[in-house]
Design a protein around this ligand. Structure first.
Ligand SMILES: Nc1nc2c(ncn2[C@@H]2O[C@H](COP(=O)(O)OP(=O)(O)OP(=O)(O)O)[C@@H](O)[C@H]2O)c(=O)[nH]1
Ligand SMILES: [Mg+2]
Length: 175
């Protein structure tokens, strides 16, 4: 029988334009209010119990979306098992910039071939929404990404997304 190590650590990258809500998704239990921009990079650890009772640790790298910090970003793309590209459903520009973020994964990434997710944020702001679920879903399908919508404020899918990421990475790894 194959032995599974007691603790497994997976590197996960969270990217997207500034203010789309990356840090709030990572800190959904206690979102930073008022807005505090990342200055470079932030690291959060998430302990996840898989359905098979295996415990894994997600090492989540939260990259600043602001232009100023883009020169240091490329160093963080290597060896990640999953990459979440986030846009804000109320911001057309953040959606349009998703393609550029995905390009960075292929430009800066190594051969780790991470699982890719498109994450639509702030779905609590229904009246301000400019990107529909359908549009984002079709776009994600075309690029071969999984699509998931979240609201850190309403705690919608915020726990599930990390569970899903951990389960899918684990299932893809060889044990
Ligand atoms: N309505 C709503 N606002 C949100 C949600 N998540 C985050 N915000 C707000 O969006 C703004 C940006 O959130 P952050 O999580 O700091 O954004 P970020 O993507 O980490 O930004 P950078 O660190 O600059 O790259 C803040 O004012 C948050 O309060 C959400 O689910 N709903
Ligand atoms: Mg941030």
């Amino acid at each position: 029988m194959t032995q599974i190590p007691a603790q497994i650590v997976y590197k996960v990258l969270l990217i997207g334009d500034t203010r789309v809500g990356k840090s709030c998704l990572l800190k959904y239990e206690n979102p930073p209010i008022p807005y505090t921009p990342n200055l470079g990079i932030d690291l959060s650890l998430k302990r996840i119990n898989l359905k098979n009772e295996q415990e894994v640790l997600l090492q989540c790298w939260d990259l600043a979306g602001a232009e100023t910090f883009r020169s240091i970003q490329y160093t963080y793309f290597s060896r990640c098992k999953a990459c979440l590209v986030m846009f804000d459903v109320t911001s057309l520009s953040s959606f349009n910039n998703v393609t550029g973020w995905i390009k960075k994964i292929s430009d800066y990434g190594d051969q780790s071939n991470p699982l890719l997710y498109l994450v639509g944020s702030k779905i609590d702001l229904q009246d301000e929404r400019v990107i529909s679920s359908e549009r984002a879903g079709i776009f994600a399908d075309q690029l071969g990404l999984r699509y998931i919508e979240v609201s850190s404020f309403k705690k919608h899918n915020v726990k599930l997304i990390w569970q899903l990421v951990a389960e899918e990475i684990f299932n893809r790894e060889e044990h």
